[in-house]
Write a protein that binds this ligand. Structure first.
Ligand code: ATP
Ligand code: MG
Ligand code: MG
Ligand code: MG
Length: 569
């Protein structure tokens, strides 16, 4: 590529709205341009980096046995109604209508569409397991888009979905994906950590995030200084909004296994004194943003039979309850009535399916063998010692039992999740088993923030002069930088020759053939972060040499013209 045919688009000034270094450098290096809040054009240099990330992700997904597909970004509302997320997703979901007033969404994720495909195309256990992935544009109407492509509204994700006949198969693919993610982030040259996300307790590894460590990270990660233990400090955060079902139709029959940690954290946080005989109804409230920030616990005392509650429909209400802070929630909990009738939830609230009815909660297990619906935290209600890390500080003992905790900031670049039958139950994704019975499938999902990775890599790799790309991501591997070429036929001749040689050797090379002062060219090339620069100048040519400069180390060495391409390959 010749600079004269290219769009470098570098800037001297740092745009004032760019708060973190990656956003500043992506603007200055001419990688992205803002179109509107959270919407960016990838300029040629940025796109080259993005494609490198995509290529590595694709190669490793394929090596791990996943198969590429491509699903539409615009998705019909009926699929979302079926899964329940049409109601529950909240305002991050952008809804739109076509000319016939039919409802659609811009896909923030693709569980519904993949479920639709698999339920139609897969009918036998013999076709399983199956792991399908795509690299596709997502849209989430983020409440606060910021940091450029780090948290944008439109972004590129690699998302994979696996389908299984049993837990063992799901667990196996989950492990394969875990390893593939480690390979991907290593190949990209990132300093990353897998961390326990959402739950570290129920059935082991239900969810892991992969974080790039960086000061600007929005998440806090707790690390043990003496083991591999690492967990997202937001661990005890409420159930993610994507897990919510339709409040209008939620019944106790639809109760799903709740997150034991959430319940335990709730009990600890609000200091609920739960009597051994109490029946505790925990209702997961939804605030008006659709966020799962309001958790309400109500105790059912007295003689209400669990069966009554089971039979009852949870009430549908017009206006959701919202809480400004924990004290308000505490007050609501405190005000919970001593007698909560089967249909008489006293507070107007929107509820979802994360509802649990427990007995003997305080005992920590169901000693009486009571077994209720799908409640099976550790079959049933063996409450694990789960770390609520929200108020954890550096130096606290690690929940893993080894060493003390260190807190670092992280950027979430990947997230893998065992979904179980959540979507396949709602959307009836099943096959015939070996014994000829119909069975709904277990599902896993695996996301990578392809576009976020570009920004995250810059957070870890930069200096005062600009970006320092890990080699695998660099927009160009080599730059030929001729000094004052337009005044020297000899410089021009050598530069042109090296350019052809580089191309011939398969190197991804930028030939900076602009009529600019060397200082301007150097500044741009360092800003863009090209790993190797071949400087062609009159003085060295006298000795048959060029200068080879390494962007990361800053080292310069003189190399014979005849040897340079060989040295770079
Ligand atoms: P976050 O906690 O940062 O909002 P998330 O947990 O909502 O991310 P997932 O649903 O797990 O995101 O999506 C998979 C991956 O997509 C994330 O790990 C992240 O790398 C990327 N991602 C999510 N939201 C955005 C966004 N707004 N802009 C860029 N990348 C994103
Ligand atoms: Mg999010
Ligand atoms: Mg997250
Ligand atoms: Mg996530």
């Amino acid at each position: 590529m010749r600079s004269s045919n290219y769009l470098l688009a570098t800037l001297k000034e740092t745009p004032s709205d760019a708060e973190i270094v990656s956003h500043q450098l992506m603007m200055r290096a001419g990688m992205v341009r803002k179109v509107a809040s959270g919407l960016y054009t990838w300029t040629p240099t940025g796109l080259r980096v993005l494609r490198n990330v995509e290529r590595i992700v694709r190669e490793e997904m394929e090596a791990a046995g996943a198969i590429e597909t491509l699903m539409p970004m615009v998705q019909p509302a009926d699929l979302w109604q079926e899964s329940g997320r049409w109601q529950d997703y909240g305002p991050e979901l952008l809804r739109l209508q076509d000319r016939n007033q039919r409802d659609f969404v811009l896909g923030p994720t693709h569980e519904e569409v993949i479920s639709e495909l698999v339920r139609k195309e897969v009918s036998s256990y013999k076709q399983l397991p199956l792991n399908l992935f795509q690299i596709q544009t997502k849209f989430r109407d983020e409440i606060r888009p910021r940091f450029g492509v780090m948290r944008s509204r439109e972004f590129i994700m690699k998302d994979a979905y696996s389908f299984h006949i049993d837990e063992a198969s799901l667990e196996q693919t989950y492990q394969v994906m875990f390893k593939a993610y480690q390979t991907i982030f290593s190949r990209l040259g990132l300093d990353f950590r897998p961390v326990i996300a959402d739950t570290g307790s129920i059935g082991g590894n239900l969810s892991h995030e992969f974080h790039v460590l960086a000061e600007s990270g929005e998440d806090a990660i707790a690390f043990s200084d003496s083991s591999d233990y690492a967990a997202n400090v937001e661990l005890a955060e409420a159930i993610p909004s994507k897990d919510k079902a339709d409040p209008a139709t939620a019944t106790m029959e639809e109760v799903e296994t709740p997150n034991a940690k959430t319940i335990q954290a709730l009990v600890e946080q609000f200091g609920l004194a739960i009597e051994k005989t109490a029946k505790t109804l925990i209702v997961h409230g939804v605030n008006e943003n659709g966020d799962a920030s309001g958790l309400i616990a109500l105790m059912v005392r007295g003689d209400h039979e669990l069966n009554d509650i089971k039979a009852s429909k949870l009430p549908q209400v017009a206006s959701p309850l919202t809480f400004a802070n924990d004290d308000e929630i505490r007050a609501a909990v405190g005000a919970g009535p001593g007698s909560l009738g089967p249909v008489g939830l006293p507070l107007p609230m929107v509820v979802d399916r994360e509802v649990a009815v427990m007995s003997d909660f305080a005992a920590g297990s169901n000693k009486d063998g009571y077994h209720y619906l799908n409640i099976n935290w550790g079959r049933d209600v063996e409450l694990p010692a789960v770390a609520d890390l929200r108020n954890v500080k550096a130096g606290d003992p690690s929940p893993c039992g080894k060493g003390t905790l260190d807190i670092k900031r992280g950027i979430e670049v990947g997230h893998i999740f065992q979904l179980g039958t959540k979507y396949s139950d709602m959307m009836k994704v099943g096959v015939l088993t070996e014994s000829g019975k119909h069975q709904n499938l277990l599902m896993g999902c695996y996301g990578i923030g392809v576009s976020r990775i570009v920004a995250a890599a810059i957070e870890q790799n930069n200096d005062a002069n600009g970006i320092i790309w890990p080699e695998a991501m660099a927009p160009f591997e080599v730059c030929i930088l001729p000094m004052n070429m337009h005044k020297s036929a000899r410089v021009q001749e050598v530069a042109e020759r090296l350019y052809e040689e580089c191309k011939g050797a398969g190197l991804n090379v930028l030939f900076d053939d602009r009529k600019e002062r060397p200082g301007v060219m150097f500044a741009d090339i360092e800003l863009i972060g090209i790993p190797h620069v071949i400087v062609v100048g009159e003085r060295n040519l006298d000795e048959g040499m060029i200068e080879l400069k390494n962007r990361r180390s800053g080292d310069k060495e003189k190399v014979a013209i005849a040897d340079v391409v060989q040295q770079l390959t």
